[in-house]
Design a protein around this ligand. Structure first.
Ligand code: ADP
Ligand code: ZN
Ligand code: ZN
Length: 700
């Protein structure tokens, strides 16, 4: 049980996991084949993770095999041994340092390897050197010269916690004490604290306590790349005890960290979404930072919410769990208000700074220059002159979202999607790209319909804003931060460093900028265009818009001067915008929650969505119509909406439809789906279209 086996499968050989060992073979199954090889002596997954996977498979109505595959490290799925590989580290010997100069100029590889090792401050892992194309044979020849030496990294030292230099303030202290009291039992906490209120400090102290108790801690964060500072803070406090799990690791690295967590060698695991499945022998606490973040929900395959599984895991293992956020999801807030979670509030910034005020700029009838109103430009100039930094936020990358022919009205659209192509335009290049399917088109100089060259870029994206501001304020260094400028590894880190040092004065970016960073000198945050977020068919749009503005606003006002947040809109009277200027996020969220209750929407109801897509429109639609029929017998208890075309009705050439099911009881919804799933799976159309079921969907 729980061991991997190699089995024949048709003409292939596959890796499987033994789930059950019945006394007798099922007589209904003919031609059973023998296992080729048993790969493990002991189960690869400990009982607790195994139980979690069983529950996840049930809850998401997803095949167990694929659920297990989501949780297991790739190396294990490929059949590699479930063993720690020794971590060989290399460093330069004194002899190597002395004789390096005698190396021939033509020994390029050796020279490169030596240079890398010379530059490194500490011994470098062999695995890492491989990444830089330094091969074992290069290392062997340097070793035979006596220039480098290797050693195996030992197991981590016993738990060692560096003390904090900070004394918790009253609110932090209260939170800390309540969390302490919740140890050794299932106790969920919502740590609801404004940006900069010292949530991280509370996490660190809670972790320290669990480590003192010889336990392990699992920390889930939205995206590793975006939060290098947070990682550094953890590493400083708990040296050599932290394992980081994220998508940038090699299979080997991931397996090693996974195994060290399982063996209890690493005491703190910090990871993104899938880290929730990390086996840990002695787990004493789970922390989810930025619990509202959408990246905790997987949008394909097993469409799980890492946050929700974390709650489940904490419950199954009888341990405390902390959900932290400055802008909690309405789901979690609701649980806190109804007493399912303990509600811990941090209402003040730990450093004593005030939260910046949000003000609206009414753009109706105002002359606009490249998306900027005159009052906003004036404010930017003022803050720059004062010596501060300005952050300009626009949630759209590229130069312009639309390219239009002035003569005939033609618009560059994507042939495969129901959307326009985004124009990208920099110093050296100009091209069109579809942000949904990746479709690419060389620069379009002429209208394909009327051959006119009078083409207009309509609207603004980050590139255009950057170019405009650079021309308008040439004396101030500017940096754009979006998916395009941060593709290179470590790019983000260098931009953040430049911003923190005060060198960069103007920051232009997408929501990447809204997350986690603290820029000490930002005194003005400008939100260019929020109206798109106000009018969306998704009932969560107001919640998302409020979270986004509150999070970007949180980047301002850490400077000595109190910060300012200016939001441009054509709808200053909109109730959500009004609320943002007058209320705290917590008050506003309570209002939104009230609306959801009135309209019978999550979190007061429970949803599932069936989605289908196909190159043939009718097939995709017919499949969902047949699916809807399956549920018609429950129409007393289930609300069926659709099938209707998805918001993006065609993507990558496939037509997309969805069927939404809403229920006031979770059990009604799940029982109905469990009952009908076998029928749906055996519909003839189920083989002909791509389809999926999304439980607790986050996107409509
Ligand atoms: P959050 O995680 O809520 O955004 P942080 O924990 O990052 O907040 O704290 C914000 C800033 O305040 C950090 O610079 C941190 O070092 C500082 N800080 C946190 N708690 C305290 C405290 N009790 N006393 C002094 N400074 C603190
Ligand atoms: Zn034209
Ligand atoms: Zn497309």
């Amino acid at each position: 049980m729980g061991c991997r086996v190699k089995v024949p499968f048709g003409k292939q050989t596959l890796i499987g996991l033994v789930v059950e060992q019945p006394q007798q073979a099922d007589p209904a199954v003919k031609n059973l084949k023998a296992v080729i090889e048993i790969l493990d002596q002991r189960p690869v997954l400990p009982q607790n993770v195994w139980q979690l996977l069983l529950k996840a498979s049930q809850y998401y109505h997803h095949p167990l095999g694929d659920t297990v595959a989501t949780a297991l490290p790739n190396a294990l799925l490929k059949g590699e041994p479930c063993q720690l590989t020794p971590e060989v580290h290399w460093q330069i010997t004194p002899q190597g340092k002395a004789e390096f100069d005698t190396l021939s100029k033509r020994a390029v590889r050796l020279r490169f390897a030596m240079n890398q090792l010379l530059q490194a401050e500490a011994p470098v892992q062999e695995e890492q050197l491989k990444h830089q194309d330094i091969t074992p044979s290069t290392l062997r020849s340097l070793h035979s010269k006596g220039w480098i030496e290797s050693f195996e990294a030992g197991q981590s030292a016993t738990s060692f916690v560096k003390g904090s230099t900070k004394t918790l303030n009253d609110e932090q202290q209260t939170a800390h004490q309540l969390i302490s009291k919740g140890a050794d039992q299932f106790s969920p906490f919502l740590l609801d604290g404004i940006t900069g209120s010292g949530k991280t400090e509370v996490y660190l102290q809670a972790i320290a306590e669990r480590l003192d108790n010889q336990q392990q801690v699992l920390v889930l964060i939205p995206e590793i790349g975006l939060t290098p500072q947070t990682l550094a803070r953890f590493e400083q406090r708990f040296p050599n005890q932290i394992g980081v799990l994220h998508s940038g690791l090699t299979d080997r690295q991931r397996l090693n960290t996974w195994l060290k967590a399982r063996a209890g060698i690493l005491r703190v695991i910090i990871g993104t979404r899938s880290a929730i499945f990390t086996p840990m022998t002695n787990l004493g606490l789970i922390i989810i930072d930025e619990e509202h973040d959408l990246s905790f929900k997987q949008q394909e395959g097993l469409r799980y919410s890492s946050r929700d599984l974390a709650i489940l895991r904490a419950q199954m293992e009888s341990i405390p769990i902390i959900l932290g956020s400055a802008t909690p999801s309405l789901e979690s807030l609701n649980n806190a208000l109804t007493g399912k979670y303990q509600h811990l509030t941090l209402s003040k910034r730990a450093t004593g700074q005030k939260l910046p005020q949000v003000k609206l700029i009414d753009c109706k009838n105002q002359p606009m220059t490249d998306g900027f109103s005159a009052p906003l430009l004036k404010a930017i100039a003022h803050h720059l002159k004062q010596g501060n930094q300005v952050l300009v936020f626009i949630n759209r990358r590229g130069f312009a979202p639309v390219l239009l022919c002035h003569k005939c009205g033609w618009i560059a659209d994507c042939k495969r999607c129901d959307s326009y192509m985004t124009l990208h335009q920099g110093k050296a290049s100009r091209y069109l790209q579809c942000h949904h399917c990746g479709g690419y088109q060389q620069d379009c100089k002429q209208c394909p319909k009327c051959q006119s060259v009078d083409l207009f870029a309509v609207g603004q994206g980050t590139e255009r804003i950057e170019q405009f501001l650079a021309a308008k304020f040439p004396d101030y260094p500017i940096q754009r931060i979006d998916r395009d400028t941060t593709r290179r590894k470590d790019a983000m880190q260098s931009y953040i460093d430049a911003a923190k040092s005060g060198e960069t004065r103007l920051l232009v970016g997408t929501q990447m900028l809204a997350k986690g960073h603290h820029f000490p000198k930002v005194s003005l945050v400008a939100v260019l265009d929020i109206d798109g977020a106000l009018f969306s068919s998704d009932f969560r749009a107001p919640e998302r818009a409020a979270q986004l503005i509150t999070q970007v606003a949180g980047r301002a006002g850490r400077a000595e001067v109190t910060g300012e947040v200016l939001v441009q809109t054509h709808h200053p009277e909109h109730s959500l915008l009004q609320a943002l200027t007058q209320k705290s996020f917590q008050q506003l969220a309570k209002d939104l929650l009230h609306d959801r209750t009135e309209t019978d929407l999550p979190p007061t109801s429970y949803m599932a969505i069936f989605r289908s897509e196909s190159h043939q429109k009718q097939l995709a639609l017919d499949f969902l119509t047949a699916t809807a029929q399956q549920f018609s017998m429950f129409d007393q208890h289930l609300q069926l909406m659709g099938p209707v075309a998805s918001t993006m009705s065609r993507k990558s050439g496939r037509y997309r439809f969805q069927l939404l099911i809403n229920a006031s009881q979770r059990s009604t919804l799940h029982n109905a789906i469990s009952e009908k799933m076998p029928n749906i799976e055996s519909l003839p159309l189920a083989q002909k279209v791509r389809w999926s079921l999304d439980i607790d969907p986050q996107d409509l």
